[in-house]
Design a protein around this ligand. Structure first.
Ligand code: ADP
Ligand code: ZN
Length: 522
């Protein structure tokens, strides 16, 4: 059934505050939650801890986590507690009171995760207490520490196999070390040589073609993309429910077979659409992100985003629904300044704590950086997930047609100065009027025609300036303030550019495209 994945998705959102799994996480979480013995090899920064933390919340009983890094354990315990999860650590850094509190919680059956420093395993007392405590799973972080030939060897890790045998519970081992010799040692020492379910797949999906386009006429762009793929199964993701309906209608008018799908629809209507999509050839589903969980059609030939996804993780997950059969599949993601404003204000207006909001901005920035990338997109995408790729993938729009760039330092400085001289109180439209030297009513009312920046930007058109502002937002040099009608304020990242200590390269093609789309306003 879909019970476990839905529960996992809900926990992912509610406890961890993430909108999508990172590459690999979903499958690993499922296997760990199902009680498999698991060996997962993921790059550093790939998001291993979630793969044992989340399953610990699904079942009952305690998950024991063995990790060699005391500071990291304490950090994780703090973060879990802040998220309302009962977690504790037994390490040499504990005060006696802390240790007592952890044993009490364990004894009362309150604990979901118990972090354990490996040296604790040397004590027979610990093993005995754990045997009585209702441990249902063991997770081993940095599992390569069990390898006697590696440089991180921890002799106490050799006791983990013994603990697993004593408790008779499944074990999930995690490492970033991918060489086969180390893997062999992990299997021998932690699993007594019985092959665990192993996850080593790299994150790259070479059969997916990656492309982004700035929005100029978004509906026309999506219709053109679909027209070139007539008769193929595809998904169009939209930011709003209303748009799924209107875009599906527009596709039908062009002779496609297309259906809308969103969370506001009746359950049977949704089920009907899911079923038709699974069985019919060449159907297009125009959907919100509500469509996807449980969609495992292998031959989806394309995925398009009519609006920018929430984060780089959501992007990867959504495009990843195409081409599961391994045959070539195409993706296209549209983005515009309106998306950036919307996504930023969704983050700022949410009631998440400040650190979480900062992290959300960071994940959005990563996606925006990818949208306005200058080199191979696949390389940039994978590097965000910790995986190296040499670039020149031959499967992205930037490899197909390298973008022209130009030194945008001067333009960016002018734009920043227009924002600063007007008290960081205005949106892009008004700032562009100032740069272009347009004496609009608003400009005259505020006396902005006497600013030194008035008219210094006549070398670019309005749409070119819009592209510059969008790239500045994408690089997080300026941010709209949701409490002041989207007034743009300058971030720390912009300071070196303004001071003349750093330059910036911008993409020319997205600017020229803007120029071609609409005649320059003079
Ligand atoms: P690893 O142990 O693999 O090096 P971590 O578990 O420390 O990686 O995770 C690295 C970072 O990725 C953390 O900041 C974590 O909050 C973030 N992260 C993990 N999973 C997700 C996700 N699904 N969406 C967004 N961020 C995530
Ligand atoms: Zn490429």
């Amino acid at each position: 059934g879909t019970g476990a994945p839905t529960r996992a998705a809900a926990l992912l959102r509610e406890v961890f505050g993430f909108d999508a799994f990172r590459p690999g996480q979903g499958e690993i979480v499922e296997a760990v939650a199902a009680g498999d013995n698991v060996l997962a090899i993921m790059p550093t920064g790939g998001g291993k801890s979630l793969c044992y933390q989340l399953p610990a919340l699904i079942g009952h009983g305690v998950t024991v986590v063995v990790s060699p890094l005391i500071a990291l354990m304490r950090d994780q315990v703090r973060a879990l507690r802040e998220a309302g999860v009962e977690a504790g650590a037994l390490t040499s850094g504990n005060t006696p009171e802390e240790t007592d509190a952890v044993w009490d919680a364990l004894h009362d059956g309150r604990l979901k995760l118990l972090y354990l420093a490996p040296e604790r395993l040397a004590s027979g007392g610990t093993q005995r207490m754990l045997a009585e405590a209702g441990v249902t799973r063991i997770a081993v972080d940095e599992a390569h520490c069990v390898s006697q030939w590696g440089h991180d060897f921890r002799p106490d890790y050799l006791r983990i196999g013994e603990l697993r045998r004593a408790l008779g519970v499944p074990l999930a081992a995690f490492t970033a070390t991918a060489d086969t010799e180390t893997q062999g040692e992990i299997v021998t020492r932690l699993f007594d040589g019985a092959a665990p379910t192993t996850f080593l797949r790299g994150f790259d999906r070479p059969n997916l073609h990656l492309a982004f386009q700035p929005k100029d006429q978004p509906r026309r762009q999506i219709l053109a993309f679909a027209a070139a793929r007539r008769g193929q199964s595809g998904i169009v993701y939209c930011g709003t429910r209303a748009k799924t309906e209107s875009l599906a209608q527009a596709l039908r008018e062009e002779g496609h077979s297309a259906l809308a799908y969103h969370g506001g629809m009746e359950p049977d209507q949704r089920r009907d659409t899911e079923e038709r999509f699974a069985t019919e050839d060449g159907l297009i589903v125009v959907a919100t992100v509500a469509f996807g969980m449980g969609v495992d059609k292998p031959d989806i030939r394309w995925v398009a985003h009519a609006d920018l996804p929430k984060s780089i993780e959501a992007y990867y997950q959504e495009i990843g629904r195409a081409g599961r059969d391994g045959a070539p599949a195409e993706t296209l993601t549209l983005f515009g300044a309106d998306d950036i404003r919307l996504r930023r204000s969704q983050i700022d207006e949410g009631n998440a704590p400040p650190e979480r909001r900062a992290a959300d901005h960071g994940r959005l920035n990563a996606l925006l950086g990818l949208a306005e990338a200058i080199g191979c997109r696949r390389r940039q995408l994978l590097s965000y997930f910790g995986e190296d790729h040499p670039g020149n993938c031959g499967g992205c729009d930037l490899c197909d047609r390298p973008p022209e760039t130009f030194d945008g330092t001067e333009a960016v400085r002018k734009a920043l100065s227009a924002a600063l001289r007007t008290g960081e109180s205005f949106g892009a439209g008004h700032l562009i009027d100032i740069l272009l030297g347009n004496a609009t009513d608003k400009v005259r009312q505020r006396g902005h025609e006497s600013l030194p920046t008035f008219g210094v930007g006549k070398d670019l058109s309005r749409s070119q300036w819009q592209a510059v502002f969008r790239q500045m937002m994408g690089r997080d040099l300026i941010r709209p303030d949701p409490d002041r009608h989207g007034a743009l304020w300058m971030t720390e990242a912009a300071r070196p550019i303004l001071r003349g200590e750093a330059g910036i390269t911008l993409r020319r093609d997205t600017i020229d495209r803007a120029k071609a789309a609409r005649p320059a306003v003079k």
